[in-house]
Design a protein around this ligand. Structure first.
Ligand code: FBP
Length: 330
């Protein structure tokens, strides 16, 4: 995969983040999401890439843009095709209520290397590099906490587990508390939480719980780049969801999936902060422009780049996607 692409793809997540951040705190999650989707779709047009969306906004009949199977990029048919997973606004509620941790996210891999996950739930455990190889989704949270503590040479009491605050996690939260670990409950955003396990200064050691399967694949791509680990299992809630898994090529729906089952080969991951978070600062609008903070990383080199970008709207005006369409600047 072209290493220069890493800097190109940031323009895609920056565009989505700028559009969503304009609508931060309005309480309108669908509006913010739509703005991010439209901006990301538009930004793809200037990226030299032969891309096919494998994780996006849903199936073609339900999603007008960035739908699964959509081809994106200003491609030259001689370029190799890549698979793309996007979440133009990860944490729609976080953005709508101005809470920390909303991101615009993209992952890119060679064709066939990202799990084609339907939009159903997935049970996840994620850890950073020091605990790589010791987690097991078939074991209890208590056993996993002990394994992580042993790998890190600390007590379970020193560990912090991040968990989505949901009714379905009540017994999980009780068990983690009983085991003695510290708990950080989050209202949304388990992609960012999974990545936090790999960032020493975040203070997060492990992510437990059930969240979206598409978010699981995006998190796995990031963890591949930073040397973290993840184990998951899809949680179809009915026969129709099982059927969707089968249609997407997942034969054993209940199988434990390892990091490489979610994101294989050379993977690239990029994200731009929409609101402030543990890893990235959110968009700040300033006189005549805005500042964005992004991360881009590649699994092949292990390079992690944090990119601060100053956007000058007086030189390159920021237009909402609707304005751009009206002025035919697309
Ligand atoms: P959205 O950005 O689509 O709102 O997803 C936010 C999120 O918190 C994800 O990070 C997480 O995987 C999923 O929702 C959890 O789903 P639910 O809110 O149904 O528990």
């Amino acid at each position: 995969m072209d290493r220069n692409l890493a800097l190109e793809v940031i323009r895609v997540t920056e565009a989505a983040a700028l559009a969503a951040a304009r609508l931060m705190g309005r309480g309108e999650k669908d509006m913010a999401d739509q703005a991010a989707v439209t901006a990301m779709r538009q930004a793809f047009e200037s990226i030299k890439i032969c891309g096919r969306i494998v994780i996006g906004e849903g199936e073609r009949d339900k999603a007008p843009m960035l739908y699964i199977g959509e081809e994106v990029g200003s491609h030259d048919q001689n370029d190799p095709w890549v698979d793309i997973a996007v979440d133009p606004l990860e944490g729609t509620n976080l953005c709508a209520y101005g809470r920390p941790g909303a991101l615009a996210v993209i992952a890119i891999a060679n064709q066939g290397d990202l799990l084609h996950a339907p939009d159903i739930y997935m049970q996840k455990i994620a850890v950073g590099p020091k605990a790589k190889g010791v987690i097991n989704v078939n074991r209890s949270p208590t056993e996993n906490l002990q394994a992580v503590a042993d790998a890190k040479g600390v007590y379970v009491e020193d560990l912090t587990a991040v968990i989505l605050e949901r009714d379905r996690h009540k017994s999980l939260i009780d068990e983690v508390r009983k085991a003695g670990a510290r708990v950080q409950l989050i209202s949304d955003g388990d992609v960012s939480a999974a990545i936090s396990t790999c960032i020493e200064k975040s203070g997060i050691d492990i992510l437990f719980g059930i969240g979206g399967a598409p978010e699981g694949v995006l998190a796995a791509a990031a963890l591949r780049c930073v040397g973290g680990d993840m184990q998951v299992r899809l949680v179809p809630e009915n026969a129709e969801e099982e059927e969707r898994c089968l249609k997407m090529g997942i034969k054993d729906v209940h199988k434990v999936l390892h990091l490489e089952d979610l994101a294989r080969g050379n993977v690239m991951f990029a994200a731009t902060g929409v609101t402030n978070g543990d890893i990235l600062k959110g968009v700040r609008f300033v006189k005549g422009g805005a500042n964005t903070h992004s991360i881009v990383m590649r699994s092949s080199s292990g390079t992690i780049r944090f990119i601060n970008t100053e956007h000058h709207f007086d030189r390159k005006p920021y237009l909402s996607p609707q304005e751009s369409v009206a002025k035919k600047i697309v």
